[in-house]
Design a protein around this ligand. Structure first.
Ligand code: SAM
Length: 248
């Protein structure tokens, strides 16, 4: 059987595509991509032209069976996403699960990942961290999720897009307390790379005041809850609110 290579691609700077990633993409029978147009552009930048197969949220389950059959027949395949490491807030988990269930070799070609890149420059505790990916789009669900994380002692990592960054920071300040330390990593490895740090309240104000700070792609990193009174008071209030829903 062939091998399924899970290949990380750059999160902005094309110089971050590794030589091994290039070599893998050059030699596989086909490249499974989240957005084939996007990946065609990436490949052509490196002078590569490979057969591309679309694998996204909506067709992954059906495609996985066909791709596994192809791997079993001897073809090796690569999986890439639009940016960074596949499966990290990106498609691929179903394909990898199906391949592993069929005893196909699944091999990583590691590289850029926005969350890890941000963590590496944040200067917040990095020995234990929890990756939370994207928060729910709906305000009520987002606040509920954040509320449950208020007492989490590990450093928290979130992905956020330009159009929700303001609300997200406001909601985080409300859920965790405005004094909680945080880092906002924007446009990493790109022209306008910016890493801001400060208490959540100050970061929210800074982003509100400067429209440029709302552009692009973001990783938000929030310090875990300490033993400080703030976190305990907030958690206490949350539990009280939850309990009082059930009280007469
Ligand atoms: N698989 C990717 C990875 O390994 O990082 C993540 C894909 S997810 C669909 C896209 C999100 O990742 C963006 O909304 C943003 O939160 C984050 N992201 C991607 N590139 C980034 C960059 N250059 N700087 C900051 N955040 C980035």
């Amino acid at each position: 059987p062939g091998t399924l290579h899970i290949v990380a691609t750059p999160i902005g700077n094309l110089g971050d595509l590794s030589p091994r990633a290039l070599e893998t993409l050059r030699t596989v029978a086909a490249v499974c991509a989240e957005d084939t147009r996007h990946t065609r552009q990436l490949l052509s930048h490196f002078g590569l032209e490979r057969p591309l197969l679309a694998l996204h949220q909506h067709n992954e389950e059906q495609q996985a069976a066909q791709l596994v059959a192809r791997l079993q027949a001897g073809d090796s395949l690569a999986l890439v996403s639009d940016a960074g490491t596949p499966l990290v807030s990106d498609p691929g988990f179903r394909l990898v699960r199906a391949a592993r269930a069929a005893a196909i070799k699944v091999s990583p070609v590691p590289g850029a990942c926005a969350a890890i890149a941000a963590l590496s420059v944040a200067g917040l505790a990095s020995d234990r961290f929890a990756f939370e990916g994207f928060l729910p789009a709906k305000a009520s669900a987002r606040r509920e999720r954040l509320g449950k994380l208020a007492a989490e002692p590990r450093t928290l990592l979130f992905y956020e897009s330009a159009h929700r960054i303001e609300e997200a920071l406001d909601d985080m300040a409300a859920a965790f307390g405005g004094a909680r330390a945080a880092v906002l990593a924007r446009e990493l490895t790109k022209l306008f790379e910016t890493v801001l740090d400060g208490p959540l309240e100050a970061l929210a104000a800074q982003v509100k005041a400067d429209p440029n700070q709302r552009k692009g792609e973001f990783v938000v990193i929030v310090e875990g809850a300490g033993d400080d009174a703030d976190a305990k008071v907030i958690e206490g209030k949350r539990l009280y609110a939850k309990l009082s829903e059930h009280l007469p």
